[in-house]
Design a protein around this ligand. Structure first.
Ligand code: 5GP
Length: 190
């Protein structure tokens, strides 16, 4: 087993990706550590700087781009940048752990292309667009406007699924978690 592998998890938002990551990260056998991304979006209630994200100003983010501090970055929503810091990956690998990345579909494809066999990309798919809208509404963390924006984007994001190593449909959460866990176990132990 070689530590320091990258596991990329991407999905349209509301597909249960964060919940799945929250579950699998608890399994000590997988030696996973979450890569904390940088973003220019506002923190949501309960989110903590340096735990959920590194919350940066646009100026700080642009400086990081200029200084080549990011492995990848995307303007996931208009005016909202998200990116993976090289220092995060290095920090986790130095601890002898595997890196788990929760990033958007384009970022997922880019990181996989960069890291090749050292990375495994998993796409979490909702059973349908309607289920997705329903989940976002019941989560209650976003405005209707934001939800419409996310759902609209999801249809486009679903077209990226085939560019991932593995696709897992999240219909029944427990089953999706088990499936992702098994896929990661096989990869990290290979
Ligand atoms: P949220 O605002 O809901 O936390 O995240 C919005 C989207 O940005 C999610 O799809 C999430 O996976 C993605 N995201 C988070 N961090 C990164 C990152 O470092 N790079 C990219 N490309 N996307 C990210």
């Amino acid at each position: 087993m070689t530590p320091g592998k990258l596991i990329i998890i991407s999905a349209p938002s509301g597909c249960g990706k964060s919940t799945i990551i929250g579950e699998i990260i608890k399994n000590p056998d997988l030696r996973l550590e979450f890569s904390i991304s940088a973003t220019t979006r506002e923190p949501r209630r309960g989110e903590v700087d340096g735990v959920n994200y590194y919350f940066l100003t646009t100026e700080q983010f642009e400086k990081a781009i200029k200084n080549d501090e990011l492995v990848e970055y995307e303007e996931v929503y208009a005016g909202r940048y998200y990116g993976t810091l090289k220092s995060e990956i290095a920090r986790i690998q130095a601890e002898g752990k595997n890196v788990i990345l929760d990033i958007d579909v384009k970022g997922g494809v880019n990181v996989k292309e960069k890291y090749g066999d050292a990375a495994l990309s998993i796409f979490i798919q909702p059973p349908s667009i309607e289920t997705l809208r329903h989940r976002l509404l019941s989560r209650g963390t976003d405005s209707i406007e934001a939800i419409n924006q996310r759902v609209g984007k999801a249809a486009f994001e679903l077209t990226f699924a085939e560019r991932f190593d593995r696709v897992v449909v999240n219909d029944i959460l427990r089953e999706a978690v088990d499936e992702v866990e098994k896929i990661i176990k096989d990869f990290v132990n290979a």
